[in-house]
Design a protein around this ligand. Sequence first.
Ligand code: PLP
Length: 446
Amino acid sequence: MSDGLPPSNLFYQTRLRRPQLARGAGVYLWDSAGKRYLDGSSGAMVSNIGHSNPAVLAAMRRQMELSTFGYRLHFENEPAEKLATRIAGRMPEGLDRVFFVSGGSEAVESCLKLARQYAIARGQAQRWKVISRFPSYHGSTLGALGVTGMSLMSAPFAPMLRESPKIPAPTCYLDRDALTLEQRGLRYARMLREEILAQGPETVLAFIMEPVGGASTGALVAPDSYYAEIRAICDEFGILLICDEVMSGAGRTGRYLASEHWNLRPDIVALSKGFGAGYAPLGAMVADGRIAEAVIDNGGFIHGHTYAGNPLACAAGLAVLEEIDRLDLITAAEQQGQALKARLEATMERFPFIGDVRGKGLLLAFELVAERATMEPLPVGLNAHLRLVDIAYDAGLIIYSRRTRGGRIGDHFLVCPPLIVSDDQIDEIMEKLTASLESFAREAGL
Ligand code: PLP
């Protein structure tokens, strides 16, 4: 199994064949030649409140005049304290201990390490295996990559990785059996039970999943039955449930955490992207107080990064969360998400090669197929995931794509504009996307 990430070289001083970014405002970005792009994917599902939000910029300027850095072991800092309190106030009951980091991979690493130290604190040092899903994406550092289900990214590092056991992501929409969706949801959830038994329950530490999938699956949502069953299985075996809400958190799906859609209570949560919203590198792990206290009482959490919780990033994060509330952007994500999803679904009539439209709130995706009835992927040689993105880019619309090669999910495209997107801007997204799909269909002979 492998995934089709385009080979890329993200070293600087290497040309990526993209223009220079000049500035951004709201849902738009401009390049140095003056061309305007509608940021239909919020970068990589990051810029939830849009670009150059004046209140966030003002808060950052104020903080910059005071201090930009104070080492955690030397000083407390007010923005970090306030941000931690604000985040904890929005989490499910009991998830009240916040640990700051600077991005999503670091947040995932923190979750894995805290879970491990909790097992040790409970006298269960034999528990170390973290089960995850394929496909999935949890980050590119070695620990997070070990639980990531994208072989193209992980295969070269195999000798350096502790690859986690994986169960299939709940791709129920692809199954052609006599079961209902809810029955399929249960079937996928019970694969976790089988895997725990196969691994030996006494060795399993945690299960990590994205409640609404991100780039690896294209906004995959499981049937309702999946979520409660997963929680019940984790409880049955005393296994921690880690929800990776790096992409789905901070309101993007129309709830503060995506897991709230199913009243799913994680034991530990990873957050990033929308919390810094592109204004500062920021991430967090939020843990059940009992887990954090047990680790603290057993000698402390052996983890930390120099830049974590710096006052500037936290001031930005605090201002982002204030803007999300002031502009009621979580409600907007739900409402505008419904409107955009309905429009995407409507395009399925016109383009038979759109096999599926899915997602929650403004974490939305569509998948291209050779044949909708069978969900057979498009031929790899068409490179649809790259071509459609390029055509849309030329038309001034940014969308985000992946292809899971060898897996069951084909070319999929995330359409995830900032949560401030207006009705007119949804019209603009749809006009540009429809024209791009038409050009792609002509070019690919579909
Ligand atoms: N987890 C999920 C669900 C993600 O989508 C990502 C990034 O796309 C990460 C973790 C890693 O985050 P970062 O790129 O900030 O390290």
